[in-house]
Design a protein around this ligand. Structure first.
Ligand code: HEC
Length: 112
């Protein structure tokens, strides 16, 4: 029993490492699963950063989010955390993540 559990875990790790678990979304799919597993701890599900130093993403321009994620993935933009996170993302993942965070409605108030 112990061994089969370990085998399942190793298989899961290998699948995750090869990107087959996190890279399965197609364009247009909602992103919450990816957001929950990969982004929420630092950027929040609602895009309000919970880690000091991480950016607020809610309501950000979709084009901007796509561009930054691609830049982290390619190495053009570097950050110890984001470079690792973005590396295995597919183009569809990036589209879906950008769609999620850009679709969150925000209200702004300028300082009085
Ligand atoms: C371990 C914490 C952590 C996780 C997890 C994380 N991020 Fe980040 N993210 C950061 C930090 C820190 C920055 C600021 C990077 C910098 O200073 O260049 C950042 C920056 C970004 C930016 C650039 C924002 C801007 O205004 O330029 C985007 C877009 C982004 N993250 C998206 C995501 C997405 C999508 C995920 C999930 C796939 C994710 N991040 C997961 C910590 C994290």
């Amino acid at each position: 029993m112990r061994n089969s559990k370990a085998a399942v875990f190793v298989a899961w790790l290998l699948a995750a490492a090869s990107g087959s678990l996190i890279g399965t979304a197609r364009a247009g799919d909602a992103a919450p699963h990816l957001v929950q597993t990969l982004c929420q701890n630092c950027h929040g599900l609602d895009g309000v950063a919970v880690l000091p130093g991480a950016a607020n993403l809610s309501g950000q321009q979709k084009e901007y989010l796509v561009e930054q994620l691609r830049a982290f993935r390619s190495g053009k933009r570097q950050n110890p955390q984001m470079s690792v996170i973005a590396k295995p993302l597919t183009d569809d993942d990036i589209e879906n993540l950008a769609l999620w965070y850009s679709s969150i409605k925000i209200r702004v108030e300028t300082p009085k």
